[in-house]
Design a protein around this ligand. Sequence first.
Ligand code: 13P
Length: 253
Amino acid sequence: MRKKIVAGNWKMNLNLQEGVALATELKAALAADAPNCDVVICTPFIHLATVAGVVEGTVIGLGAENCADKEKGAYTGEVSAAQVKSTGAQYVILGHSERRAYYGETAEILKEKVNLALANGLKVIFCIGEVLEEREAGKQNEVVGAQLAGSLYDLTAEQMKNIILAYEPVWAIGTGKTATSDQAQDMHAFIRGEICKKFGAEVAEQTSILYGGSCKPSNAKDIFSKPDVDGGLIGGAALKCADFKGIIDAWKA
Ligand code: 13P
């Protein structure tokens, strides 16, 4: 059985005190009403060590939103996978479309990041997804297939077990325009098929594939009801405890 996961991506929001307050509120909410899925919050680097103390011993997992493509050394301002791991975090988001679009992260750079994250014992939430023009041209499968192949296909089947995929159509991120549950299912099934071809049926069946893009309490249940959708990667709605909890609760009957 593959894992059902709801992960929050705080992006560049919340100062340290606000982040600690949100994590503390979420911890209380999930202690009072245990989730039916894995829950992860991915925070800015500066929050990690402090939030790790808040969520320690709870059901809440912790991740970073990025890490460096170099192991260590003279890379001013960068944060390595080993440094992320040393905060107590267990996850790292890599390949987010905002990193690809605004910071020039190529498939090759992401391959390095994935390798370093895995080598340092982090689980990777690897994001893929097409932009609007690509979808309008019917090229979404080609684009997503190339993103998978470009950064993940040198991994072994064993390493793939530490990869969670997140399909985030760029046109749905922060726009209020979600993919329909059928669009999500079609893409997730395609992705699982590609993983099956490359890594075999066992890995494909075990790989959690999350949907991301304007996911809210009001649409999460419909999206999560699809057989190949194993949860969500949540941006805006992860910044309010009640909204994030509402999405987590979409996994309840
Ligand atoms: P929104 O939920 O704000 O659309 O963001 C999705 C996302 O990019 C998560 O990584």
